[in-house]
Design a protein around this ligand. Sequence first.
Ligand SMILES: Cc1cc2nc3c(=O)[nH]c(=O)nc-3n(C[C@H](O)[C@H](O)[C@H](O)COP(=O)(O)OP(=O)(O)OC[C@H]3O[C@@H](n4cnc5c(N)ncnc54)[C@H](O)[C@@H]3O)c2cc1C
Length: 377
Amino acid sequence: MAHRIVILGGGYAGVTAANRIARRLDGAEVTLVNERATFVERVRLHQVAVGESIVLRPLRERVRPGVTVVVARAGGIDLDRREVVLERGASSGAQRLPYDTLVYALGSQAAPAPDDAVALATVDDAWRARDRVGALAAEPGPVAVVGGGLTGIEAATELAERHPAVRVRVVSDVDPGSWLSHRAQRHLRRVFGRLGIEVVSGSVADVRDGAVQLTDGRVVGAGLTLACTGFAVPSLAAGSGLAVDGTGRIRVDGTMRSVSHPDVYAVGDAAVPELPNGRDFRMACATALPMSAAAGTAIADRLAGRKPAGLRFRYVNQCISLGRRDGVIQAVDGDDSPLRMILGGRVAASYKEAVVRGASWFAAHPGPYRPARAVPA
Ligand SMILES: Cc1cc2nc3c(=O)[nH]c(=O)nc-3n(C[C@H](O)[C@H](O)[C@H](O)COP(=O)(O)OP(=O)(O)OC[C@H]3O[C@@H](n4cnc5c(N)ncnc54)[C@H](O)[C@@H]3O)c2cc1C
């Protein structure tokens, strides 16, 4: 019987892994399970939130011909019986999908936020935000973007550029972009100034009655609050009994194999590799793509009796869009610490756009990345 490989999640990580495996393994049966039939370019969701349209391509067009796409929600994993429990909707009930090797790539969702805030982590969040932004743009009122990290910065600038009549306030307990080099932070401040974005320093206690309440008692008026306060992973991995870290990410070795269950691999936002240098991985396409290519290669190598060499990875840069006409590209060292070199302005916006297109292209054609060469087992 053919070896059955089931991949959970059809985002950047899952699609890359599926294509890498299908390309390298002729005899295997590869099935990709995703809750929707389309591939979502998640890195464009701030564009969706402000009312821009993006193309949602059918997943079937993103994977190689040998990959079977199943549109269903994974509701559980039976690790002893090696089965995934699928939820296809109330009418058809749950189904079980058996596997010999499982690749877990379910990504992440928004970290918990106050009820009255709208998150910005999944496509459903972005559509919700788009409807609220649309209503506000008709009758402009202030929007508070909570969080001075990458998503908060991209959302605030996109919003201010597309809806100049809307007053945008970034509420953050740290300076937006505080991890960037001084030059990049200076560029960011200039762009915030040009777009009229106000920065409010403070910690959020709650969001209610059309306002953000800060822990020091101040109140920031907001017709809409966008919560860009980080990502969290679904509880399915921990609930199934896989070894996870304190945040619920699956602990994997250098070949992306679960440290507790050798027939399970995990990649992308949902996984945390335990590498000899102890380095943490940020949730990003920059990490998801090489992790997934490495997992695909390792699975193919192991099934062919070769010993996989595992992930080789170093950071190169951080690419931040500041609306459609500006951006900042921060050069970093291999461990993700900022270097002096940056790019700003239109050239940075074009660079970022090329990177975003490249990420989606790479997932569909994961050929060029080569982890260290496999050696005979
Ligand atoms: C607004 C925004 C901007 C970003 N910008 C950048 C950036 O500039 N650079 C960068 O590197 N990263 C960026 N990121 C982060 C990046 O999008 C993620 O790190 C990346 O998408 C992770 O890939 P993934 O495949 O692990 O997860 P995802 O892309 O989230 O894919 C997970 C897939 O699993 C599916 N799924 C989830 N649960 C289930 C279930 N139970 N059953 C079936 N299917 C399920 C989801 O629908 C999705 O298709 C950004 C994120 C956001 C929200």
